[in-house]
Design a protein around this ligand. Sequence first.
Ligand SMILES: C[S@@+](CC[C@H](N)C(=O)[O-])C[C@H]1O[C@@H](n2cnc3c(N)ncnc32)[C@H](O)[C@@H]1O
Length: 235
Amino acid sequence: MRHTIELTPRLRTAADLVPAGARLADIGTDHAYLPAALLLEGKIPYAIAADLRQGPLLRAKETAKQYGCRDKMAFRLCDGLRGIRPEETDAIVIAGMGGETIAQILAAASWVRERNVPLVLQPMSSLPDLREWLQKNGYAILEERLAREEETIYVVLFVRAGETPPMTAAELWAGRQSRDGLRGAYLEGLVHKLDRAIAGLALAREGRGEVRKQELEQVREGLLEMKKEWDAWQR
Ligand SMILES: C[S@@+](CC[C@H](N)C(=O)[O-])C[C@H]1O[C@@H](n2cnc3c(N)ncnc32)[C@H](O)[C@@H]1O
């Protein structure tokens, strides 16, 4: 039997944000590497591995068997948090899904906010939408960390019930400014993404998409300001 799991930087960053001692619910668990790694490390006593599909849940059971942590894990075939009872979890991870799906899952489970359950969220897309949704729905983004795997930089959010002060359009895109070592590369990547989107909108017929183009140009300006500030910190 194997006794450790080496997580990828993305999952390691998410795992590091899970509060020690929490009974964890990992939603969209797939292979369940994150909860199994935390159980093996002794950071958490118990985990629920949940997934919408049977195939990923079977992979999760296989991981638990392989690493000898089946007795500390429960498995749920369910959509989002629908199969989790509020009293059986102290922290929730939702990683590797689109930001809109994450928002839908949270919108369907108001108990998460009411009970102030700590959340570790790792969206793969639609970050501006997710940050805005969190802000408008009574959640505070307490911390954001970045993780790099080859050319991709991932964002991991630590969130709890509370108020997020108003964010500028650029902050909705990039999160609040921080001194994270990957921040410069992350901001550059976002500026390139915006350049492509703005170029696409410029090709559209006159008038169509003009408002959106102006919005994106404003976001781009904000990101360049953040990048300038971050560069100054590096000197
Ligand atoms: C790309 S995998 C991510 C696996 C792991 N969490 C990670 O970050 O490496 C996404 C998983 O989320 C599951 N999923 C998608 N929508 C879901 C939902 N609404 N509720 C539960 N699981 C969902 C999929 O079946 C899939 O196994």
